[in-house]
Design a protein around this ligand. Sequence first.
Ligand SMILES: Nc1ncnc2c1ncn2[C@@H]1O[C@H](COP(=O)(O)OP(=O)(O)OP(=O)(O)O)[C@@H](O)[C@H]1O
Ligand SMILES: [Mg+2]
Length: 266
Amino acid sequence: MMARTGGSPLLVIEGLSKTFGTLRAVQNLNLSVADGEILGIIGPNGAGKTTTVNLMAGAFKPTSGRVLFDGHDVTGFPPHRLAAQGLVRTFQSTTVYGTQTVRENCRRGAFLHLFPGFFPALVPTARARALRAEVETEIDRLLDWLGLAEFAESEARNLPYGVQKTLGMAIALAARPRLVMLDEPVAGMSAEETDHVRDTIKRIRGAGISAIVIDHNMRFISGLCDRVLVLHHGEELAIGTPGEVMAQPAVIEAYLGKGHAKAGRP
Ligand SMILES: Nc1ncnc2c1ncn2[C@@H]1O[C@H](COP(=O)(O)OP(=O)(O)OP(=O)(O)O)[C@@H](O)[C@H]1O
Ligand SMILES: [Mg+2]
């Protein structure tokens, strides 16, 4: 995939807010993600990380504010329209279809991109057959690339947890995104699996795909992200390189409570 030129941001969030009743889950958030950037989002439980992704991914309509993708206003677009534009997400909990094979799961992602809500198998034209063949070739390439080839015909429910999480990424990538949003991709993983996912996301970026990555694992986020947004009570608490944000007293306080900031503990 070609990198775009001109340096205009790929994703822009303007004044984004979401309230649930009286709870302000996300408050007046502004953000821009550059083409080719890996942006981390961290923050304590309930800080609004998943809600932010839900707003960008079309799962929730914002109470106010806008989401611009590649210069187009995509606020409130449903997930399949966003996927067609190149904006795709994974879920905090694995949402692979357990009784489907790895390949079948990936097909769902691919057809999300090609035919939202429509399966070409129902229309056996030559064009549909050619597209199906193209999709299968692409899925093979993707599974190979992610180290999932040996599991292609296995039912997802029989796979180890780490492999199921990787499959979640494969489903997202099958939609040929320009930006993927990964919600806690290494939650519950071993250090070794975590390093593998970090390397995979770096390779994804190497292929020209930008990423927004939510996680609680600071070592993982620091080793992966160009910049990190820290959310607290639905608001931006800090943004900058991993080193910059982790050095800020407000961030240390949000994580460890009052009193720690002065001591300058990480
Ligand atoms: N659909 C919903 N209806 C009502 N409240 C919600 C809904 N989704 C999230 N919330 C609330 O919004 C706040 C932010 O939740 P969110 O899931 O975005 O947090 P998070 O930063 O992803 O937390 P975690 O680290 O635990 O995943 C929480 O108080 C949560 O209870
Ligand atoms: Mg969350």
